[in-house]
Ligand binder design. Sequence first.
Ligand code: GDP
Length: 197
Amino acid sequence: LFAGPVDFVKGVVAMDGLPPADRPEVCFAGRSNVGKSSLINALTGRKGIARASNTPGRTQELNFFALGERGYLVDLPGYGYAQAPVAVVQKWQALLKQYLAGRPNLRRAFALIDARHGIKPVDHEIMTLLDRSAVPFQVVVTKADKMGRSALEQVLIQIEGELQKHPAAYPELVVTSSEKGEGIPTLRAIIEGLTAG
Ligand code: GDP
């Protein structure tokens, strides 16, 4: 799947702009700066493909990437950016809510959590939205290379505990480092499994 072409399809700002739900898709959510673009670039092996989502002004868009004709990767807007105006935040929250509740081909959401920070209140908010939308989600821990082994273990235990509050959460975490490539093949295999057939 990831050996084939990966193309940026479009940035979506409203429900009527969504591409047809004609293939399975997975989406990626996380706080601004969590390492979401780096992860998508590492997964696809295309440096810079997810850069568009990071440029100011495009932050409210849902960015769609096609894995050939077999699936979509959806880069959701980063949240928790302190400087974002309230009106902007409300607008993307509304779109996110509609998207999560109304996308029949959405197989799984990946909730990205920075290994240094663990789950913050704003992450819980998104996870609660995923619970309510009945979108199964899995935590992807990012930037694992920034932590020593035992400190990382502590964070993973904290995250696993917090996830018990969320009925839509998978208990298994995927621990990654886009920098070192750790966990990337595992995450690719999970996505392959979700988009197969
Ligand atoms: P985004 O805002 O979630 O898209 O975050 P980016 O992918 O732009 O990453 C934010 C910052 O974290 C950048 O400076 C990246 O170089 C850094 N970063 C991302 N992933 C990793 C990683 O796996 N390891 C390390 N050490 N730094 C990372």
